[in-house]
Design a protein around this ligand. Structure first.
Ligand SMILES: Nc1ncnc2c1ncn2[C@@H]1O[C@H](COP(=O)(O)OP(=O)(O)OP(=O)(O)O)[C@@H](O)[C@H]1O
Length: 322
């Protein structure tokens, strides 16, 4: 198996949904040409209704194309035998509400004719992997949205697939659940699997995808490596620790020698809200109780105190610290 082995290929893939009388109603996908390679995480991005789910369903052979073709493992997608090597998490999982997690995975394991001993091993491993150990005996009707997403993912992995198609895998998940699912997806890539996922949460897609395709109204508008697509080529950024004021002045003097160069900003890097949120929640889980105020925040609170002096607070002046 070569790293550049093509796992998915679509050529001029087109889908027109028709109405009850067979008249064209919606052109959901227009002449899509793309290739997905073994071992990559490939993201299908686009606003609502841009054709992501339609593409995934065409790849699975659940829909027939109006024009063009798609191949998976070199076979036409209409050949259902290839589905044994594919895992699929639909946008909404239709699982049996009266089965618990264990029974659900057992059921799907039997559908794939996995031998009993191996089946039990996979069920245990997957329940652990998606973080449902404590809820393994609870019926799915009691599951929250996020838990349903997790069991859906476990079900998609029961046949140990080489290619995994995930339609909005993080929808309904909180930031912790999202981070866990993203880790699971990265681990699957490390095991050599190919993953195609759809979504419109840009920060999540940016985090995990190696390459993305952006669809809009059924048309491919952009495709490429995330790292390349997000690099702003005409901006050069320096990150310098402990630069004194004179240093900044010296940089400005050097820049003055290049009339075409304009200084856009001298500032401090930012983190994302997601990173901040995850760090705070994880720190709080590791050290339950009152969050210890950081030194800088303490200093900021001290500095703010004269301004707050005279403002009555209902806890004896502690308000500024919390
Ligand atoms: N069965 C259907 N019959 C008619 N039109 C459909 C059908 N399924 C999807 N469409 C239309 O095809 C277009 C693409 O839909 P699709 O579900 O592929 O988009 P999507 O990118 O997955 O959207 P979302 O982000 O909302 O899940 C939309 O205009 C949608 O209304």
């Amino acid at each position: 198996m070569s790293a550049h082995e093509v796992v998915i290929e679509t050529r001029n893939l087109t889908k027109v949904y028709r109405d009850f009388w067979g008249r064209p109603k919606v052109q959901a996908l227009k002449a899509l040409d793309l290739k997905v390679y073994r071992g990559e995480i490939f993201g299908l991005l686009g606003p609502n209704g841009s054709g992501k789910t339609t593409t995934i369903k065409l790849l699975l052979g659940l829909l027939f194309p109006t024009e063009g073709e798609s191949l998976i493992f070199g076979e036409p997608t209409t050949n259902v035998a290839k589905n044994e090597r594919i895992g699929y998490l639909p946008e909404e999982s239709y699982l049996y509400k009266f089965l618990n997690a264990e029974e659900t995975l057992e059921f799907y394991g039997k559908l794939f004719k996995i031998a009993p001993q191996e089946r039990r091993r996979r069920v245990d491993q997957l329940i652990e992997r998606v973080g449902l150990k404590a809820a393994r005996k609870r019926q799915l009707r009691e599951y929250s949205k996020g838990m349903q997403r997790r069991i859906g993912l476990a079900q998609a992995l029961i046949n140990d697939p080489e290619l995994i198609l995930l339609d909005e895998p993080t929808s309904g998940l909180d930031p912790i659940g999202t981070a866990e699912i993203k880790d699971t997806i990265r681990n699957l890539r490390a095991e050599g699997k190919t993953i195609v996922l759809s979504g419109h949460l840009l920060a999540d897609m940016q985090d995990i995808c190696d390459r993305i395709a952006i669809l809009h109204r059924g048309e491919l508008r952009e495709i490429g490596k995330v790292s390349e697509l997000l690099t702003v080529q005409d901006i050069t950024q320096f990150k310098i620790r402990n630069l004194p004021e004179e240093g900044k002045e010296a940089i400005r003097e050097v820049l003055a020698r290049f009339p075409d160069a304009s200084l856009e900003a001298i500032d401090h890097p930012t983190t994302t809200l997601e990173e901040l949120f995850l760090r705070i929640v994880r720190e709080s889980e590791a050290r339950p109780g009152l969050r210890k105020i950081g030194e800088e925040q303490e200093a900021a609170a001290q500095a703010a105190r004269p301004v707050l002096a005279g403002v009555p607070s209902d806890n004896g002046g502690e308000a500024a610290r919390n």
